[in-house]
Structures are given as C-alpha cells and as structure tokens.
Design a protein around this ligand. Structure first.
Ligand code: GDP
Length: 176
C-alpha cells in the first residue's frame, strides 16, 4: 500500500496559557482561519498537515496542549516520541518569555536529545504592545543550545506560521 507521505514527524507546542498556541495550529492547518475567542478545551488534541519540501511529502502530527498547561498537567506522555518542539511566548507579555527556562527544563527532561526545538514569539502584529524585542529573543536563543532558531509570528495576520513549521520540518528531514 502506498503511503500519502514520505516522512512523519510529531511536533508538540508548549508555552504559557493564552500565548496563541491553538491559533497557530489552526492557522497552520487551515491557512485562513483565525479564532478570536479563547477556547479552553480539555483533552489532548492533535492535527495533521502534510507539506512538501524538496519533493518530499512531510506529514506533521502537531500536538497542542489544549489548555493542559493551565493546570500544570503536561505529562511525559505528551512529549513522548516528539521529533520537534515549538516553545511559544507572547511578545506582548514579558512573563511568557521569562517562562522559557521552565519550558526548556521540560524539554530536557522529557524529550530525546535529537529533538529539534524552535522558539516562537507570537502576536508580532501587536507592535505597540511589544515587551520583548526580537534581538533579545535571539540573544537568549544563542545561549540555549537546544533551541535551533527563533522566529516571530502572527497567527492573526498569518505571518511566518508556515515558515516556522517548514523550518522545523526541513531540519528534521535533513537529519534523516
Ligand atoms: P493558547 O492558550 O496558547 O492556545 O492561546 P490561544 O490560541 O487560545 O490564543 C489566546 C488569545 O490570543 C486569543 O484571544 C487569540 O485570539 C489571541 N491571539 C492568538 N494569536 C494571536 C496573534 O497572532 N495576534 C493577536 N493579536 N492575538 C492573537
């Protein structure tokens, strides 16, 4: 039986509550849907999307915490077998950036050394409310060996959403 993809990678999103993780996943999956409302569904959720890079069909299985981070109950099973991790913060909420160390510790504790990790500063459309600069994010990124790259996104305006996932997928593909 022929598969509809060449490679399959599990990518998990982590980060503080309300930074935009669900919106990022929805935007990536659908391309044109942005939900203004903050839903707080309980239950682990994953979405599938296949992208093509260098003629290879890469299927991404994207896990969203579905509100679990609110209750500090992200468990090792969420991270199990993850190939990629996206740590999301909100560029307008400094405290969500300062949580980075906590999330890195989880990555260190629960994922394989080979995991590809990206730092995503979401809500870059809210320029007037910015509390974290891209330069500062890059400086922190340079100090944390686990983080391969950082990128700013807007799920609202569909800025860099596809790019963020494609960069992770490309890196994972090149490591095969
Ligand atoms: P989660 O808890 O991390 O999954 O966050 P959500 O995806 O539920 O988003 C939390 C809130 O931020 C919602 O009110 C969204 O509408 C809003 N939001 C998400 N992404 C963006 C963005 O890129 N720009 C702006 N302005 N708001 C966003």
């Amino acid at each position: 039986m022929s598969e509809d993809f060449d490679l399959l990678f599990k990518v998990v999103l982590i980060g503080d509550c309300a930074v935009g993780k669900s919106c990022i996943v929805t935007r990536f999956k659908t391309g044109n849907v942005f939900t203004e409302r903050h839903t707080n569904t309980i239950g682990v959720d994953f979405s599938m999307k296949t992208i093509t890079i260098d003629n290879k069909r890469i299927k991404l299985q994207i896990w969203d915490t579905a509100g679990h981070e609110r209750f500090r109950s992200i468990t090792s099973s969420y991270y199990r077998s993850a190939h990629g991790v996206i740590i999301v913060y909100d560029i307008t909420k400094r405290n969500t950036f300062l949580s980075l160390q906590k999330w890195i510790n989880e990555v260190r504790n629960y994922t394989a050394n080979s995991v590809v990790c990206a730092l995503v500063g979401n809500k870059c459309d809210l320029v007037d409310e910015r509390e974290v600069s891209a330069e500062e994010a890059q400086e922190v990124c340079d100090l944390i060996p686990e983080i391969l790259f950082q990128i700013e996104t807007s799920a609202k305006e569909n800025t860099n959403i596809e790019n963020a996932f494609a960069k992770i997928a490309e890196e994972l593909m090149n490591r095969q």
